[in-house]
Write a protein that binds this ligand. Sequence first.
Ligand SMILES: Cc1cc2nc3c(=O)[nH]c(=O)nc-3n(C[C@H](O)[C@H](O)[C@H](O)COP(=O)(O)OP(=O)(O)OC[C@H]3O[C@@H](n4cnc5c(N)ncnc54)[C@H](O)[C@@H]3O)c2cc1C
Length: 522
Amino acid sequence: MKWDAWGDPALAKELSADIKGLLAAALGVTGDAEPGPTADEVVLRPSRLTDADLKALADAVGEAHVSAADADRLPRAGGKSTPDLLRRRSREAQDAPDAVVLPGSEDEIAAVLALCAERRIAVVPFGGGTSVVGGLDPERGGLTAVISLDLRRLDQLLDLDETSGEALLGAGLTGPAAEALLADRGYELGHYPQSFRFATIGGFAATRSSGQDSAGHGRFDEMVRGLRVVTPVGVLDLGRAPASAAGPDLRELFLGSEGTLGVITAVRVRVHPLPAVKAYEAWSFPDFATGTAALRAVEQQGTGPTVIRLSDEAETMVNLAMTEQIGGSPAVSGCLAVTVFEGTDALVAARHQLTREVLLAAGGTSLGEAPARAWEHGRFSAPYLRDSLLGAGALCETLETAANWSRLPHLRVAVTEALTTALPGALVLCHISHVYPTGASLYFTVVAALGEDPLTRWTAAKHAAGDAIVAAGGTITHHHAVGADHRPWMTDEIGELGVRILRAVKAELDPAGILNPGKLIP
Ligand SMILES: Cc1cc2nc3c(=O)[nH]c(=O)nc-3n(C[C@H](O)[C@H](O)[C@H](O)COP(=O)(O)OP(=O)(O)OC[C@H]3O[C@@H](n4cnc5c(N)ncnc54)[C@H](O)[C@@H]3O)c2cc1C
């Protein structure tokens, strides 16, 4: 993963003539942005750890697994939101964790937490580094220093119970590494967020991630059967049966806990046999309202596509211009919807047919397989385009929410208005990609001219959007999590009493307050 951009440098994308034309016509963006510093030119604030601290950390995990070198600190200085990337481009002194520590076992994690509590050092658990909500900000929270606890060494398939269809996965496994280990045994987890190639099993659990196949396989939190968590005061092993009436489900406390309550070391997940067949069909709807009603009808009928998503008119149009870049869709007018079905021959055929009938009756026109296959082909490539847009002088950022079907139309209008008021002239695209019987998520992409001081302008726009979401009855986050960026709205989301409950749990599990200060809990 690059320190100042997304993913693999070899896959960086050039902007096509079509996109450059669109940027010039829609946003007046014609030139290139000033390039940021190289890694060697970045100035990091010096590490605040003493030699004695570093020696104690090395005693806990081995000398080879502790580093206070700038080359190791810089890639863990934050996540991968656009504000993170803009900060990395700064030529002013940047903050970063004071050291990077890579434990190899639960005992080593427990030892690190104990010595950090004793020495008043904050700990930021680090999975794949793909947070887009400031979840990895190197916040010290009034303590003397902060370390990044990189969990990549916890990368084993620890158990596969084929009879039950459950796998125990190390928290540091990336999406592709976990799927490869399972595929060797004929199984699939089926969690494919856009950040799939770099994000980790522990990160998915810690943020309540949702993948693009959520209609068929569920959100990540729905896949979790059990969790192992190391806290500063002991180890928890949660989830002993597929269902239980033994009081409140404590797994739920750690799903979405974002490193503030403990370090997730292993996750027991539901797995399924690799699908025998897949079927694809794309659809066009005359407008977003008609398409939204069609998705609702499919979801409420329960006919079970694995993927179902709908782009609004603007996103469908931009998708066209991106065809060359990310394998986007061939010519489509109106609003593009994509459906994918997976499973056995008979189930796929039945689900596909039942879904088709609903979509046709709801006003959809079939576009055949090609646009749906093109979407799948390019589905992990869009983040590379954001880097190219930044290089060309355009700010591109996303935000997401969810609400009941009845609130969705107003929520979409309110967020779009908030964004275009805060960033006049910005292009705001929207899609639905996660559906539930009672509602759906809305995912917004904002493209604007970078202009002067983009960080301040984006922060103001994000704030306006957050206020609009809350006022319109949406959740402040459907799957990106809270981190530092959504924390100001947590009291609106769960109320004062809800915040007090989280604080009380935190005080019990993390009395020294070392775990990921400044995130999630107001
Ligand atoms: C381009 C892009 C596309 C994205 N697409 C999606 C998407 O489709 N769906 C989606 O859900 N999200 C998406 N995200 C957001 C992000 O990928 C998810 O939040 C992901 O789950 C983070 O996983 P990670 O391993 O990278 O965790 P990190 O970013 O390293 O950490 C995220 C948070 O979890 C904590 N944490 C990490 N590992 C552990 C652990 N083992 N124990 C305790 N705490 C831990 C960290 O301290 C931090 O607060 C996207 C991000 C980017 C940049």
